[in-house]
Ligand binder design. Sequence first.
Ligand SMILES: Cc1ncc(COP(=O)(O)O)c(C=O)c1O
Length: 456
Amino acid sequence: MQPTNDGAHGKKRFGLSMEDKERLLAAMRGQTALASSTGRTARQSIAPELLRFDTLPGYTEIRVQQAVAHKAGLDEIFYVCHEGLATNRTCINGRELRNFSTYDYLGLNGDPRLYAAADDAARRYGMSASASRLTAGERPPHRRLERSLAQLYNAEDCICFVSGHGTNMSTLGCLFGSRDVIFYDALCHNSLLLGAAMSGATRLAYANNDMQALAALLEEHRYAFQRAIIVTEGLFGMDGCLCDLPRLVELKREYGCMLMVDEAHSMGVVGKTGHGVHEHFGLDARDVDIWMGTLSKSFCGCGGYIAGSAALVEFLKYHAPGFVYSVGMAPSLAAASNEAVRIMLAEPQRLARLQANGRQFLALARERGLDTGRAQGYAVIPIMAGDSLTTAILSQEVRNRGVLALPMIYPGVEEGKARLRFFISAMHTEDDLRWAVDAVTESLPVARQKAASYAR
Ligand SMILES: Cc1ncc(COP(=O)(O)O)c(C=O)c1O
């Protein structure tokens, strides 16, 4: 059995043990002090460090990383400010760059039809939904968007949340409990890991896409629990590889589990008409119990969705904390994303271009001998650089050559597996792709040399 609180991006510090969860819940109910489960704590003086935020261990970590980055001349790697619309090009510090840092896979950011849809909804319904949809009511754009998304999966219903991250946390967090088990791919996104932790279910990780390891875990542990779910991403957002959906469906049937697929990076990206991994593998979407996706990527907005059975959606509408206790999505964003879904279906050339660009970028990178890890040539293609410092320097070097691609470094990925992550868009031209691959090829030896000299 693998440890439960792991996964590449969800270190233990993010997780809650069962004991932590029980204590936290009890404290929230006012039954105990957090410091003790046996009763009142003795009065004593509290160390002043415990009243400050700059003494948190994570804060020190940030400051150390910043000092190293400063020494290496890397002051502007994170939180860059785009001075205008970011498409396949963007402007930072007055300089135009070829942009590989956006999730806008179908190239819809800046499309006047999305502005028109957002503008119309804002004028009719205002800028904000102002309160929870459960209590204060919803607007027609919410319902239209949920209907369109449900149709993509031939699902009975769909529910949209204001955040993709919150969608996963709330959904897993409220559907499962201490008598259940969650089997998850070790490369799953942080939001899935946190949702699993929040649920209080037992969590068992299997190595990325290792179906034999998953089968072994199921064989050993499935029957000790009530409900069980297997959780995966459709296209893994860090590594750019697809899940093995056909085998996952077989295993979930064989072992009496549910299956959840996070399509943040595969909806609008794979499949002949962009319907995601079930279309890619020629499966019936109803083979999957919970389809999750984000609106921040192919659908050019903000928020997340769950599509599935009517009972699932109804349950979430009354139990998912990130829905019940959170404001509804801004009507303008719901209308814009709904327009993005319409355009995806009406203009298949966008998807064809995105898919061709992904294939070409991968082929060019491989031709130059770059390490693209597990990437399969879709919208996410990492170029592996090794350690975090080399990767940060590489990002700066490619930017000097006119390319914006952001580094994924520790703790976002394991140390030693740092990479530049390229997001491919339908907007990229062949020239953009060639330029970017040339920039990395030229920059990598420079970055390695500089990193070695700083290490000395
Ligand atoms: C696989 C996956 N799921 C969920 C999310 C969270 O989505 P959002 O950024 O829209 O909150 C992300 C974010 O990138 C993601 O990559």
